[in-house]
Design a protein around this ligand. Structure first.
Ligand code: ADP
Ligand code: MG
Length: 228
């Protein structure tokens, strides 16, 4: 039996205006991510990986086409409903960690849980578990500036999954790290995704790391194409 689609992009188009030129980045892209599935998005710079991930994560709207999260069509929804789905169903990891600098690692991971209505004690316990899982349990009280790049990304990953989303979207999460650090951060990410049964779409330039995922796709001429 095929697992249900948790993310479905159909006919997604996106253009950017540059002066009086129009740059067509996505030209009717289709992509389906199923429950529990991991997919690597491997494509050269400038082909539209971030654009696709932002549209999938409801951070941007497509110019045409549809985005469904867990079967819910999101294009027609208002901002409030989109924000609700984004908070509940989607975890996002950026290339640069985007942690809140004035809060500790633990507090950064607690934040989305508190917004979702968990108690402080519950949020703290879950945050501590996630930090332990990422093998940085001893760094919880430190602020982002006191952490290494690899530690910062592991905190950002823990924050993205703190509310147990359906879909994890990661935009070159290890692109900013040296190869060795990138390797263990990516492996930690993969283990966490597998253990929690998340579906994940992860943009990466690293073919070895992409090989850890269930399948690989690329963006070619504005469309998503299966690799291998
Ligand atoms: P990737 O993540 O694969 O490197 P992006 O999705 O960031 O690609 O960008 C795809 C193309 O769209 C690039 O040529 C980029 O310059 C352009 N682009 C992205 N965002 C904007 C924007 N807000 N305005 C104009 N052009 C943009
Ligand atoms: Mg990008």
């Amino acid at each position: 039996m095929t697992a249900r689609a948790v993310l479905e992009l159909s006919g997604v188009e996106r253009q950017y205006g540059q002066g009086d030129m129009v740059l067509s980045i996505l030209k009717g892209a289709d992509f389906t991510l199923r429950a529990g599935e991991t997919v690597a998005l491997v494509a050269p710079s400038g082909t539209g990986k971030s654009t696709l991930l932002h549209i999938a994560g409801l951070l941007e709207k497509p110019d045409a086409g549809a985005v469904a999260i867990n079967g819910v069509a999101c294009a027609e929804l208002g901002d409030e409903a989109r924000t609700g789905i984004r908070r509940r169903d989607i975890g996002f990891v950026y290339q640069f960690h985007h942690l809140l600098p004035e809060f500790s690692a633990l507090e950064n991971i607690m934040m989305p849980q508190l917004i979702a209505g968990l108690s402080k004690a519950e949020a703290r316990e879950r945050a501590a578990q996630l930090l332990d899982y990422m093998r940085i349990g001893h760094r919880g009280e430190h602020r982002p500036a006191e952490l290494s790049g690899g530690e910062q990304q592991r905190v950002a990953i823990a924050r993205a999954v703190a509310n147990a989303p359906l879909v994890l979207l990661a935009d070159e999460p290890t692109g900013n790290l040296d190869p060795e650090t990138a390797g263990y951060v990516f492996e930690a990410l993969e283990a966490l995704v597998r253990q929690s049964g998340l579906a994940a779409l992860i943009a990466t330039h690293n073919h070895v790391l992409a090989g850890l995922m269930d399948r690989r796709v690329t963006i070619e001429d504005g469309l998503v194409r299966e690799l291998d």
